[in-house]
Design a protein around this ligand. Structure first.
Ligand code: 1HN
Length: 374
């Protein structure tokens, strides 16, 4: 290995200036002019390799679910705007991020509830954890979503949502690039002038138009930077994964993995965030790799274990865990009879479009990391 294990700044070519009374006085003088000496921070701002503040974390759905349900009688959706329990990475609490510059949270909507419409520069996505009956209206299109369905609310689209079930709440997971957009100082937020949109006459129209493998004639005229298809129901998505599993071995690092795509471009669903669904065969254990870009995983089916930066995290359906940028990670299905599926979203489109994407396999001969916890 190269610089990885020798993070020493004593070597030639790295900053190694010792403080002296003259230098300290000089730094103070610079600070008075809103200036500073680069060599005092050079090693920190030019690390040998990514040094994320975010740490690997797993949130158990069994722990979060009662807490999310507790919020239902405690706050009115109207007062809260959105009734969400957000997941906060202990390594960087100030950003409201689950990992890197990605936000995630669990939103609960009571029977018959409807939230008001707004739009923002940040992009959002949803993965439904439980409860039939949720709907969302995105730029005037009503879309219905059920358990394990995936849906998007692209940047700057008007959106509102609710739960039309009469007797049970819906809990879905929101994923947003809020920390990224705020870090770039590029966020805008508007409340819909009429508070609620008037949905067009056809429910699920994006699914009816773009959800069938063939493109409507003239679809190439779609020039917005996000997918015109807004929803990916669980059944056909899982079916696609099972079909691919029949045709190929899959990736040594991810098992059988597919990306939810913009059907017009074949690219990611939104300009800043991509989403994937992957299948681990019964008993399968993948090899470790690492890449730039942060990932939020949600166990969509079955149970397994992921080793992230040497830490072992066991998961089952509904659990959420995160892999920080450049952290070694590998996954295994702990069941010998059933497949296991992971839904995930990430900021890879940002990494790719800025030329920052890098990936490498774990160098050890068997491809697995040593673990530090049982
Ligand atoms: C938002 O607009 C929603 O529309 C959910 O449901 C969570 C978190 C941060 C900023 C905006 C929603 C959000 C959010």
């Amino acid at each position: 290995m190269t610089s990885e294990n020798s993070y020493d700044d004593e070597r030639i070519g790295r900053a190694r200036v010792n403080d002296s009374p003259e230098l300290l006085a000089y730094y103070e003088e610079l600070a008075k002019h809103e200036a500073g000496a680069l060599w005092t921070v050079a090693n920190e701002i030019e690390p040998w390799y990514p040094q994320p503040k975010s740490v690997p974390v797993l949130w158990r759905y069994a722990d979060l679910r009662p807490l999310v349900r507790k919020a239902l009688p405690l706050v009115k959706a109207d007062d809260a705007g959105r009734r969400v329990v957000m997941l906060v990475n202990p390594g960087r609490r100030e950003l409201s991020a689950a990992v890197g510059l990605l936000y995630t949270g669990l939103q609960i909507m009571g029977p018959g509830e409807a939230m008001t419409a707004h739009r923002h520069q940040a992009s959002a996505l949803r993965f439904v954890h439980e409860g039939a009956g949720a709907w969302t209206v995105v730029d005037g299109q009503k879309l219905k979503v059920g358990p394990r369905d995936f849906a998007i609310t692209p940047n700057n689209t008007w959106h509102e949502h609710g739960n039309e079930a009469e007797d049970h709440p819906v809990i879905w997971q929101d994923g947003l690039d809020i920390p990224l957009v705020n870090t770039l100082d590029a966020n805008f937020y508007e409340v819909h002038p009429e508070l609620y949109q008037r949905p067009g006459p056809v429910t699920n129209s994006s699914l009816l138009s773009y959800g069938g493998n063939l493109l409507p004639y003239g679809a190439e005229k779609w020039t917005r930077p996000y997918s015109p298809l807004l929803g990916w129901p669980w059944e056909p998505s899982y079916h696609a994964l099972c079909q691919l599993a029949r045709a190929t071995e899959g990736s040594p690092y991810d098992g059988v993995i597919m990306e939810y795509t913009n059907p017009v471009t074949g690219g990611p669903v939104m300009p800043t965030m991509a989403a994937h669904l992957q299948l681990l065969r019964p008993g399968q254990a993948t090899r470790a790799h690492r890449h730039t870009g942060s990932v939020v995983y949600t166990a969509a089916k079955g149970r397994g274990v992921s080793v992230i930066a040497g830490q072992r995290f066991e998961w089952q359906q509904g659990d959420i865990f995160v892999v920080p940028s450049w952290a070694w990670h590998e996954h295994a299905n702990l069941d010998q009879g059933e497949d296991a599926c992971l839904f995930s979203f990430n900021d890879f489109p940002v990494m790719h479009s800025l030329g920052l994407y890098r990936e490498e396999p774990y160098p050890d001969h068997d491809g697995h990391q040593p673990t530090t916890n049982p």
